[in-house]
Design a protein around this ligand. Structure first.
Ligand code: NAD
Length: 478
C-alpha cells in the first residue's frame, strides 16, 4: 500500500516550502511506517491564498452543482472503501472491521449533506415595512480553516469538509499530524471534482500549521474537533486575529446511568461497545458508569466476562475487537490514570488482554470509583471505564451533570418516566436511552458546556457554515 506523503494545495501535490518531512509510527508496532510533509506557516499562507482566490466562483456555483460533486465523491469513496479502511486501520491501529464500518458510513454522510444543502431554509419573504420586501439569504463566509483529530480521521474530516464546501465556502483542512493519510487519499479521489483552491490539505503539527491556520486574518471561520485545551487556543486565536467564527467539537466524559430496572445483559453489551470501541478513543465513550446497587454486581460480573473475552489480536483480522492507542505518550497517559485510580485504595481493577507490543494497553474497568475521583471526572480517552454504585437516595442525575463536559450521556431503564426525566435533565448534547454510541447524519452531534459549541452533522451543521443576510427591496421607486 502506498501513502500520499505530500500536501494538496491549490489543486496540486506539493512538498513543504522548507522541505520538512516527519515520520509517522504504526500504533500496532511502534515502528515508523511512512513519511509526511511537515508544513509550516508559509504552506498555510499559500493554501489560504489559493482558497481565497477560489472563493468567489465557488460561492456563485449553484448548490446543485456542488452537490453533484459530492455525490460523485460518495460513489468514489464507496468504490475505494477497502483501501481507505486499510489506510485508516494501519495509521490509527484500528481493527479492520471497525475501519470498514466507518468507511461504509462515509458515503451515506456525503449523500446526506449533498441533499441537505439543497434544502436550506429561511423565513418567508414578506413586507414587514410597507412598500418594501424583505428576503433572507444564507451566504457562505469565505475561507474556512478546519483542524481534525486522529481518532476517526476521515469521518471527522467529512463532517467538516461537507457542510463547509456545500454551502459555498472554500476550505483549508489540517488533519492530525498522527493520521494524515486517509484525508490525503480523499483529496486524490476528489482531485478533479473541485476547482483548484476550493479544497486544500496542509499537513503538519498543531503548534505550527494548526495555530497559523486558526490565527490567519484571511480565514473567516475555524472548526476544530479536538481537546478542550486546543478549543481554548482557538478562542484566543480568534480574539487576537479577526474574531473569526468558531465551531468547536471538544472532549467528553459520558456518564452511563444504569437503573435498578435495567436490562442488564443489554446494558453490558452496549457499555462494552461504548467504552472499548476504537480503544475508547471516542469523545462520547462510555467512560463513567453509575450503577444502581440492585444490579451492580450482575453488571460488573457481565463486564468482567466480556472484558476478558475482548480480542486484541491482529488488526488485519475482521474478528479483532480492539487495537492499541495512538502513540506511546498517549498509552503512558492512559496507564497513569489507571495507576492513580488503583492507588486510591478503594478501587478494584478488571483488566483484559495486553499484547504488549506497540502502543497497546489493557482494556480496564475500575470498580468502586467514587464521585470526585480523577477517573470519574477527567477524560482519559482510552480503553478505561469506571463503575460507581448509587442507591435510591442518591441524586445520580446531579452526579452525572457535575462536570464541565457535556457531549453525550446514556440511560438504561425500562421505566418510561425515568427515561424521560433523565433525557430532559441531563445536560449533554446527545442522550441515548438503552443504547450508547450510534450516530446518524440527519441528527446533530455537539456539546453543552466545555464540550464545545456548534453542531456537526444534520442541517444545523450546514447552517453554521453560512451567514444569514437580510436583503430589503424598496418596491416604491419610480
Ligand atoms: P488535540 O486537541 O490534541 O488535536 C486536535 C487537532 O488540533 C490536531 O490536528 C492538532 O494538530 C491540532 N492542534 C493542536 N494544538 C493546536 C493549536 N494550538 N492550534 C490549532 N490546532 C492545534 O486533540 P486530539 O488528541 O487529536 O483528539 C483527542 C481530543 O479530541 C479528545 O479530547 C476528544 O474528546 C476530542 N474529540 C472530540 C470529538 C467531538 O466530536 N466532540 C470527536 C473526536 C475527538
Amino acid at each position: 500500500m502506498t501513502f500520499h506523503t505530500k500536501m494538496f494545495i491549490d489543486g496540486t501535490w506539493t512538498e513543504a516550502v522548507d522541505g520538512g518531512v516527519d515520520q509517522v509510527n504504526a500504533p500496532t508496532t511502534g515502528a515508523a511506517f511512512a513519511e509526511i510533509a511537515r508544513g509550516g506557516a508559509a504552506d498555510v499562507d499559500r493554501a489560504v491564498a489559493a482558497a481565497e482566490a477560489a472563493f468567489p466562483d465557488w460561492a456563485r456555483t449553484p448548490v446543485g452543482e456542488r452537490a453533484r460533486a459530492f455525490l460523485t465523491l460518495a460513489d468514489r469513496v464507496e468504490a475505494d472503501q477497502r483501501t481507505l479502511a486499510e489506510i485508516e486501520s494501519r495509521n490509527v491501529g484500528k481493527p479492520i472491521g471497525l475501519a470498514l464500518e466507518e468507511m461504509e458510513m462515509i458515503p451515506d454522510h456525503l449523500r446526506f449533506f449533498a441533499g441537505g444543502a439543497r434544502t436550506m431554509e429561511g423565513r418567508a419573504a414578506a413586507e414587514f415595512v410597507r412598500g418594501k420586501t424583505s428576503i433572507i439569504r444564507r451566504d457562505p463566509l469565505g475561507v474556512v480553516g478546519s483542524v481534525a483529530p486522529w481518532n476517526y480521521p476521515l469521518l471527522m474530516a467529512i463532517w467538516k469538509i461537507s457542510p463547509a464546501l456545500l454551502t459555498g465556502n472554500t476550505l483549508v483542512l489540517k488533519p492530525s499530524e498522527h493520521t494524515p493519510y486517509s484525508v490525503l487519499r480523499l483529496a486524490e479521489l476528489a482531485e478533479d471534482l473541485f476547482p483548484a483552491g476550493v479544497f486544500n490539505v496542509v499537513t503538519g503539527d498543531g503548534k505550527d500549521v494548526g495555530a497559523r491556520l486558526v490565527a490567519h486574518p484571511r480565514v473567516r471561520m475555524s472548526s476544530l474537533t479536538g481537546s478542550v485545551a486546543t478549543g481554548r487556543a482557538l478562542m484566543h486565536a480568534s480574539a487576537d486575529s479577526n474574531l473569526k467564527r468558531l465551531h468547536l467539537e471538544l472532549g467528553g466524559k459520558a456518564p452511563v446511568l444504569v437503573y435498578s430496572d435495567a436490562d442488564v445483559p443489554l446494558a453490558v453489551n452496549k457499555i462494552m461497545e461504548g467504552a472499548f470501541c476504537n480503544s475508547g478513543q471516542d469523545c462520547m465513550a462510555a467512560s463513567r458508569l453509575y450503577v444502581h446497587a440492585d444490579v451492580h454486581d450482575d453488571l460488573v460480573a457481565g463486564l468482567e466476562k466480556a472484558v476478558k473475552e475482548l480480542d486484541l489480536g491482529d488488526t488485519a483480522d475482521e474478528n479483532t475487537s480492539m487495537g492499541p492507542v495512538i502513540t506511546a505518550a498517549h498509552r503512558d497517559r492512559v496507564e497513569g490514570f489507571v495507576e492513580r485510580a488503583k492507588a486510591t485504595g478503594h478501587t478494584e481493577l478488571i483488566q483484559g488482554d495486553n499484547p504488549g507490543t506497540g502502543f497497546y494497553t489493557a482494556p480496564t474497568v475500575v470498580v468502586g470509583a467514587l464521585q470526585g475521583d480523577e477517573i470519574v471526572s477527567t477524560e482519559v480517552f482510552g480503553p478505561v471505564t469506571s463503575v460507581t454504585r448509587f442507591d435510591d437516595g442518591d441524586d445520580v442525575i446531579a452526579w452525572a451533570n457535575d462536570t464541565e463536559y457535556g457531549l453525550a450521556a446514556s440511560v438504561f431503564t425500562n421505566d418510561l418516566s425515568k427515561a424521560m426525566t433523565a433525557s430532559s435533565d441531563l445536560q449533554f448534547g446527545t442522550v441515548w436511552i438503552n443504547d450508547h454510541l450510534p450516530v446518524t447524519p440527519e441528527m446533530p452531534h455537539g456539546g453543552f458546556k466545555q464540550s464545545g459549541n456548534g453542531k456537526d452533522m444534520s442541517v444545523y451543521a450546514l447552517e453554521e457554515y453560512t451567514e444569514v443576510k437580510h436583503v430589503m427591496i424598496n418596491r416604491e421607486i419610480a
